[in-house]
Every structure is written in C-alpha cells, then in structure tokens.
Write a protein that binds this ligand. Structure first.
Ligand code: 13P
Length: 259
C-alpha cells in the first residue's frame, strides 16, 4: 500500500509571522493523521525557521526549487546540498511555474532532478499539460515528453526515491480542477510509463494530484486508485483547509487498510 502524501506548496507567499502561525496551526492537529505523510514547502527564506518549528513532529520539510552543483558563483541560487544541510527532505522539480515563467527546459529539469537525487533529497517531479494541449488530445504525449527524458537521464532506479506530481497547468490556481476521471486517467498513464521501465517502482511510487485541490474536492480525487496524495497550492496557506485535505487522505488510507 502506498502511504498518501499531502504536500503544501506555499509558493511565494507569506511573511515570517504568517509562516510561523501556519506551521503552528498545522502542528496542532497533524499528529492525528499518522497514517499519511504531511509535508510543507515554504519559501527559501522561511525554510530554516519552519525547520526549527517542526522539530519533534513528523511533518516533512521541502523546498520549491534548487540549482545545480554544491556551491559556486551562482548569485541568487541555492544548492541541493544546502537544502539537505538545513533539514529539507524533499524538493519540487519542474513545477510548471518554473517551466513557463522562468523558461526552465527539460534538460535543466532533468539536471535538477539528478542533483536532488545525488544530494539524497526526494524530488517531486511536476508534470502536466496546458489547456490547449488537452483540447488537442495531447495530454498523454505531453506527459510522456516530460517524463521520458528524466527517466533516460537519471535512470529508472532514481525513481525509487522520487515522487511524481501530475499538475494540469489549466487547473493550477484557476479554481478549475481535473475531474476525478481525468486525473485518474493521467495518473494511470504516468504509472504505465514507469511500469514499462520497472514494475516494482511503478507499484510503489507515489503520484500526487495538483491543481485547485481543496477540502471540497479532495475526497473524490484521493479515492481514485492511482492518486496517492495532493500537491496543494492556495488551500495549503490556511491551516484549517490544509488539515481538511489531510483528513480526507487519512480517511482514504484507513479505508485502504481495512480492505
Ligand atoms: P493550486 O492548488 O493553488 O491550484 O496550486 C497547485 C500547485 O501548483 C501546487 O504546486
């Protein structure tokens, strides 16, 4: 059984005091959901304080990006080794906002994925199609084009220590959510690509859904067989909303156990 993972991507949001109160709010109730993994991904400047506040809890910490190499003359960048050193376990790689706003191409995404693995961070590789690509029936093609080069470059074994997030670009921050069926189909296709490379990894790898997931739609998405959790943007900035999604995932974990 795959343990559900609920991850909060805070993006470029929050002040120091907001970061502290958000963590406090999540901490108060997270222990009730021991059957799932909970993770927060604050901004770089809030990582360290969040790390301190999370000590003694089971809540994981991750970053939203990294740059290549351990250190060097790369003004404004942060390396995988630095993230690991301050207590991060996870890092987002290839978020659609990185790909579109910052023009990160598939080669850079693949190199960042490898850098995460080499630093023993767990990369959360984000993939997904735009609205136009979906309307043109290109969803599966795009998924394959985004996933294959990473498998090719890092090797399938690297995916033993990775998470994939299916985030249809048209659903991110728009209030539009993929229907449970649309999401399930994409997740099943992703798992099928992994399966062609390694059956065991396909069975164990967690594939998260991201794109306007919130308390109201979490149950219908998380009960799909190939959806193993969520990568939450907007709804992760409010402790109560985030915890409701954690509760939905925990309920699903309990139901799976009972079977
Ligand atoms: P929203 O939940 O705000 O749509 O963001 C999803 C996302 O991009 C998470 O990485």
């Amino acid at each position: 059984m795959r343990k559900p993972l609920i991850a909060g991507n805070w993006k470029m949001h929050g002040s120091l005091s907001q970061a502290k109160s958000l963590v406090d709010g999540i901490k108060q109730h997270a222990a009730q959901y021991a059957d799932i993994d909970i993770l927060v991904l604050p901004t770089f400047v809030h990582l360290y304080i969040v790390h301190e506040l999370l000590k003694g809890t089971a809540i994981g910490l991750g970053a939203q990006n990294l740059y290549l190499g351990a250190q060097g003359a790369f003004t404004g960048e942060i390396s995988a080794a630095m993230l690991a050193d301050i207590g991060c376990r996870y890092v987002l790689i290839g978020h659609s906002e990185r790909r579109t706003i910052f023009h990160e191409d598939v080669e850079l995404t693949a190199a960042k994925f490898k850098a995460a693995i080499e630093a023993r961070l767990i990369p959360i590789l984000c993939i997904g199609e735009t609205r136009e690509e979906r309307e043109q029936g290109e969803t599966n093609n795009i998924i394959q084009k985004q996933l294959d080069p990473i498998i090719h470059s890092a090797g399938i074994d690297a995916f033993r220590h990775a998470v994939i997030a299916y985030e249809p670009v048209w659903a991110i921050g728009t209030g539009l959510t993929a229907t449970p069926l649309q999401a399930q189909e994409a997740h099943a296709y992703i798992r099928q690509i992994i399966m062609k490379n390694n059956v065991d990894i396909a069975k164990t790898i967690r594939i998260l859904y991201g794109g306007s997931m919130k308390a109201e739609n979490a149950v219908s998405l998380l009960t799909q067989p190939d959806i193993d959790g969520g990568l939450i943007g907007g709804a992760s900035l409010d402790a109560a909303s985030f915890l409701k999604i954690c509760a939905a995932a925990s309920q699903e974990a309990a139901a799976l156990k009972a079977h």
